[in-house]
Design a protein around this ligand. Structure first.
Ligand SMILES: Nc1ncnc2c1ncn2[C@@H]1O[C@H](COP(=O)(O)OP(=O)(O)OP(=O)(O)O)[C@@H](O)[C@H]1O
Ligand SMILES: [Mg+2]
Length: 413
């Protein structure tokens, strides 16, 4: 699909460039032709002004015969087309090369288009009386040929240009589509992972309901069997509920919409609240939680998501620690409020450190534990920190514990 889109983009790109190219060529040829016509008109005006005084009126008819004779005598050939028309616009004299025998100004051609000239004329007025017209023409044949050749060349170049642009466009489209391709494959993996995570509780519920629905009169369902199966269903149901609410929360945070719900958060208060929530669970596992959060640092954040991020870190610390303690520390530097959550738990291997923030990733050590989640907690932490323009890092040693550090930008005063 991405390949087809890439080719499509390359072709659209080539079409766009070719249209621009042709418009550019036509535009510049047009401007050049207009400039050339203007300078030809100026030349024709000069020639008219130069020739006009040489016209003689012989028997009421304008004539340039003597002027032409003198030019011949002086071996200065007449290069422009010089024509005299009578009052009825009939050609009566023609000197120089063959021109278009028609009284007209501008670009004119003869009937069969074999001669084309730039032409300009003016009336011949002598002692207040009109005797006809003097017209000068200059051939535009060589210019027309140059323009035609130029246009032909631009059309001939087009297929090669198109090929070049398609190849270049294909390469550029490849670069531009790389993030789309990555996002698509991430999305596919995400759907597969989410499906896989949902499949387990669904199968558990299916099996439990099947057990309950099989009616065997010789072996009726006992109360304890019923309780066990109902408990199984409840657990599987809870797992699905947690998974869907985590996914929805992740989507909400990644949507960046939380930016609009930001407000002042006193970090020490929020952390104390989260730690208090986890104390009973920690106690049940014989773990202590040490809290050092006296710094009066304030951030500009969305309370629900910040609360969720710190909760997820504490939930992991409690879940992945069997002995020892958990410490939560709040400090600040010039720019950030820094929260460190340390534990003396199972730790994280070097190879896992890069992946634990990916959705649904769980290390083999944690996978083998019964009390495992879906692997979304840290991706939520990462998304929350990204939405707040902060960061999350981990420092851990397999077997001896981990420290997760999150940095939220402080509120600007
Ligand atoms: N404090 C920790 N000590 C050791 N391993 C950890 C710790 N925190 C996270 N991990 C590892 O990182 C993985 C991803 O953690 P994450 O919080 O994203 O998912 P989870 O805890 O498995 O499930 P969820 O949080 O969705 O219920 C965990 O499965 C575990 O392997
Ligand atoms: Mg977790």
């Amino acid at each position: 699909m991405v390949k087809r889109l890439r080719l499509k983009l390359a072709v659209y790109f080539a079409l766009f460039v070719l249209i621009l190219y042709e418009l550019g060529v036509l535009g510049s040829v047009g401007i050049f032709q207009w400039g050339l016509s203007r300078s030809m008109d100026i030349l024709l005006q000069d020639l008219l002004a130069e020739t006009r005084p040489s016209i003689e009126i012989v028997n009421e008819i304008p004539s340039l015969t003597n002027w032409a004779r003198a030019a011949k005598r002086e071996h200065s050939p007449v290069l422009a087309i010089v024509q005299i028309y009578d009052q009825d616009r009939k050609l009566i004299q023609n000197f120089g090369p063959v021109g278009v025998k028609k009284l007209a100004s501008g670009h004119v051609s003869n009937k069969d288009q074999t001669i084309s000239v730039r032409s300009l004329y003016q009336p011949i007025i002598h002692q207040g009386k009109a005797y006809g017209f003097l017209q000068i023409q200059v051939s535009t044949e060589s210019n027309d040929k140059i323009f035609n050749d130029m246009l032909l060349a631009t059309f001939l170049v087009m297929p090669f240009l198109a090929l070049g642009v398609v190849v270049a466009g294909y390469q550029f489209a490849g670069i531009a589509l790389k993030p789309v391709e990555e996002t698509l494959s991430l999305f596919k993996r995400f759907v597969a992972d989410a499906g896989h995570e949902l499949k387990t509780p669904i199968s558990v519920i299916e099996a439990a309901t099947e057990t309950l629905s099989v009616v065997d009169e010789n072996e009726p369902i006992t109360k304890s069997d019923l309780e066990f199966e109902l408990q199984t269903i409840t657990k599987a149901n809870r797992r699905m509920k947690e998974l869907t609410s985590d996914l929805l929360f992740l989507a909400k945070v990644e949507d960046q919409a939380i930016i609009f719900r930001r407000r002042e958060i006193i970090m020490s208060e929020l952390i104390e609240e989260v730690v208090d929530q986890f104390r009973p669970l920690a106690r049940s596992k014989n773990l202590t939680i040490e809290l050092d959060a006296d710094t009066p640092v304030i951030i500009d954040g969305e309370p629900e998501s910040v609360h969720q991020a710190i909760s997820n870190l504490l939930s992991n610390a409690v879940r992945y620690t069997d002995h020892g303690k958990i410490s939560v520390r709040l400090t600040e530097n010039e720019v950030f409020a820094v929260v460190e959550v340390s534990d003396t738990g199972i730790g994280i291997s070097e190879s896992d450190k890069d992946n634990i923030f990916h959705r649904f990733h769980r290390s083999d050590e944690s996978r083998s534990r019964e009390a495992g989640g879906a692997g979304l907690g840290l991706s939520i932490v990462k998304a929350v920190l990204e939405a707040h323009k902060g960061s999350v890092t981990v420092d851990s040693q397999l077997g001896s514990g981990s420290t997760f550090t999150v940095r939220f930008p402080k509120k600007l005063i």
